[in-house]
Design a protein around this ligand. Sequence first.
Ligand code: FES
Length: 183
Amino acid sequence: MLVLGDSKVINSLKLIFVLCLIEDGKMTDNNADFLKKVSDLKQKDNSVIKALHLTQDVFGYIPENVAKEIAKIYSLPLSKLYSVATFYNEFKLKKRGKHVFKVCLGTACKVNHNEKNLDFLKKEIGISIGETSKDNLFTLESVNCFGACSLAPVVEIDGKIYAKMSPEKLKEHIDAIKGNDKI
Ligand code: FES
C-alpha cells in the first residue's frame, strides 16, 4: 500500500513537478494530477497539514495557486489555510533557493557580532532577509535562536549549524557553492 511518506510516492510526485514545469498562477494537467493526490489524501484524512506537507515535499514551498486549490478541496477559506501554514515554521510560502543561509539574530549571536555576518551575506549574495537570489541559488533567512548560544555567532547553511562564523568563513562557503554549481 502506498502511503504519504512513501519515497516512491514523493519521487513520482517530484517527477510530475519536473515534467509539468509549473508556472506560478497557472494550473496544468500535471498539476491536476497532483491535486488528485491531494483529494485522495483528504479522503483518507481530513487534516490539511498532511496536504501542506505533501505540497512542500513536491514543490519545496506552498505555491499560491496550489494553496488556493487545496483550500477548495478541504472546503476552507484561503485565509484559514494560510493561518495553518504560517503557524508552522517548516512551511514556506515563497520559493527558496538551492542553498539556504540562516543567520541567528538572538542575543548571544548579536553580542558576538552576527550582524556583521548578516551584512556580509546581504552584500555578497545581493539579497535581504527573506529573499531568494534571481538565479535561485541562495535564500537568506534569520532566526531568533538555534539553541546553540555557546557557539555564537551561529549561521546555519543548508541545515547544518556553523559555530563562531565570520565573513571570511562565509566567503569560503559561498565560493565553494559557486564553484560546485558552476556559475
Ligand atoms: S542566540 Fe544565536 S544560537 Fe542562541
